[in-house]
Design a protein around this ligand. Structure first.
Ligand code: SIN
Length: 188
């Protein structure tokens, strides 16, 4: 199942092409920018936890065999580490297409290591989107990720690249670490 959110995103949060804004990445946007940016800084957001609960029918899976990719769920007290990018507004054209399988533009407060903060845009896939898969036992999520492939490559690479990027940032994420550990033991 999928729903193309490209047009919805342009309508619900219009951004001028020439504007400068911050983008917060917490999934593939940490380790695979693939767009032009003016500045890149590690950051975290509060009250959100990263979960592999969003289905990927277009990048890391297919409509018949969707993969699992990251989204965020509200969790009081949680910290989600990621990467902030200062970008020009026109970069959102490409990002809206990349994130079109259920992700909506939202704004968030990002915190930087020096104690400063800024408002940023992020792409969030909520549980009411058509591609949302939700929670499942760790073993079945790991098996689904280990088996799924899509036009952007193996789902396991998405997970393992994210786990490595988080380690490089010195960021702890038990959910990602547990999934990565399990997937590494499942044959490709
Ligand atoms: C993100 O990385 O911030 C959004 C989800 C993804 O593209 O993996």
């Amino acid at each position: 199942m999928s729903l193309d959110t490209t047009l919805i995103n342009r309508q619900r949060m219009p951004v001028d092409d020439a504007a400068e804004l911050w983008l917060f990445g917490y999934g593939s946007l940490i380790w695979k920018a693939g767009f032009a940016y003016l500045e890149r800084r590690p950051a975290h957001i509060e009250g959100w936890a990263r979960r592999f609960w969003q289905g990927s029918h277009d990048h890391r899976g297919t409509p018949e065999a969707p993969g699992r990719v990251a989204t965020l769920i509200r969790q009081p007290g949680a910290l989600c580490h990621g990467m902030a990018y200062r970008i020009a507004g026109d970069v959102l054209h490409g990002l809206d297409i990349r994130e079109k399988n259920g992700y909506l533009r939202e704004t968030t407060l990002m915190h930087f290591a020096d104690g400063s903060h800024a408002e940023g845009l992020l792409y969030l896939a909520t549980e009411d989107n058509a591609a949302f898969l939700g929670d499942a036992p760790l073993e079945s999520m790991a098996r689904q990720i280990a088996a799924a492939h899509g036009p952007s490559g193996a789902n396991r690479d998405y997970l393992l690249n994210l786990a490595t990027a988080l380690e490089d940032l010195g960021a702890e994420d038990e959910h990602v670490a547990a999934l990565a550990k399990r997937v590494q033991h499942i044959k490709a």
